[in-house]
Ligand binder design. Structure first.
Ligand code: ADP
Ligand code: MG
Length: 319
């Protein structure tokens, strides 16, 4: 007996390291009219690296001390940036103190108590721009600020601004480290592009007839640079997870069917809001498996345009 076309397509995907959740999901993939891609962990490899550590004047810490504190706070997080920080500390043989009261805020960063001090690691915008109220706003499941250690507004803080700008100008992601609400260091973190990223973006543009869009929580400069490398002109940076959802919903409400490609770490809600959500990565969490229609468990973005093509072929056979 021959397999129904959609089931047969799912089996083909399985053989190529792509898990498609249902026949309905397989069918939806071929109907997409626009593709949106996340940056960190999606267009870039899951393994990012710490390229530099700038300790701020007056922090009283060495580079290694700042890195060890940041790594201790990041250890419970599965974000690619967190894994980079922990790996950098381990490579240098640093001892990591245990972290208490860990909290993470999607698209912003983490907070934990290490050796009695509140350590925050994350987006300079979220941590430095007087965003304390914002961080604790309604609907935020895990506020970053501790009641005992409110984030200080550091808008006028020249050294940290300069360090962040320098990192971002280099095309890397700047990550701020704060101890008891005071900025102590800025880390430069970068991840290589996934192999075949530019080709996959071009193929997705051809398949949908619409240029793909980059949706990222990262800074404008790093996002624009990556956009140039992969051939995406429409780059939307500085987005929180809920901004990604709103962007996807906007297109869906306008009658488009969006294929959202993410890594499922901070963008699970956007994967869920899209007509079809595809998650990249072996490290996909249980939540990602819940929300995404398909998970690519091999490291190739080329799998995404292949999914669309396979779906269309199966749909033609069904019809
Ligand atoms: P992207 O949209 O590029 O995948 P995310 O939404 O995952 O990025 O994260 C957006 C920004 O939030 C990062 O660039 C970083 O500044 C900050 N961030 C989020 N989680 C962490 C973390 N665990 N450690 C450090 N920074 C973080
Ligand atoms: Mg991401």
């Amino acid at each position: 007996a021959t397999m129904p076309p959609l089931l047969s397509a799912i089996a083909t995907c399985g053989r190529h390291g792509v898990l498609v959740k249902s026949a309905a999901a397989m069918e939806r993939l071929g109907a997409v009219t626009r593709v949106a891609l996340d940056k960190t962990g999606t267009l870039t490899e899951e393994s990012a690296r710490v390229r530099g550590i700038q300790v701020l004047p007056g922090s009283g810490l060495t580079e290694y001390e700042a890195l060890a504190l940041a790594a201790a706070a990041e250890r419970p997080s599965e974000h690619p940036l967190a894994r980079a920080v922990v790996a950098a500390a381990r490579e240098r043989g640093l001892h990591l103190e245990p972290a208490a009261d860990f909290a993470s805020a999607p698209g912003r960063g983490v907070r934990a108590v290490v050796t009695g001090h509140t350590v925050q690691v994350g987006s300079p915008t979220a941590l430095l721009d007087g965003a304390a109220a914002h961080l604790e706003g309604p609907g935020d499941p895990a506020p970053l600020t501790g009641g005992d250690a409110p984030v200080r507004t550091e808008i006028g803080d020249a050294p940290v601004r300069a360090a962040v700008a320098e990192v971002e100008d280099s095309g890397a992601t700047a990550v701020a480290v704060l101890v008891d609400g005071r900025p102590v260091a800025v880390l430069a973190i970068a991840a290589p592009l996934r192999a075949g990223a530019a080709e996959a973006v071009a193929a997705l543009g051809r398949l949908t007839g619409t240029p793909p869009v980059l949706l990222t929580g990262d800074n404008k400069r790093a996002a624009a640079r990556l956009g140039e490398e992969v051939g995406i002109a429409d780059v939307r940076a500085g987005l929180l997870p809920q901004d990604k959802v709103a962007t996807v919903r906007g297109w869906e409400d306008a009658g488009e069917r969006v294929l959202m490609v993410g890594d499922g770490v901070n963008d699970a809600p956007a994967l869920a809001a899209a007509h079809t959500g595809v998650a990249m990565g072996r490290a996909s969490s249980a939540l990602t498996l819940e929300t995404a229609d398909a998970v690519v468990v091999r490291d190739e973005l080329a799998a995404v345009p292949s999914l669309v093509t396979l779906s269309r072929r199966a749909r033609r056979l069904v019809a």
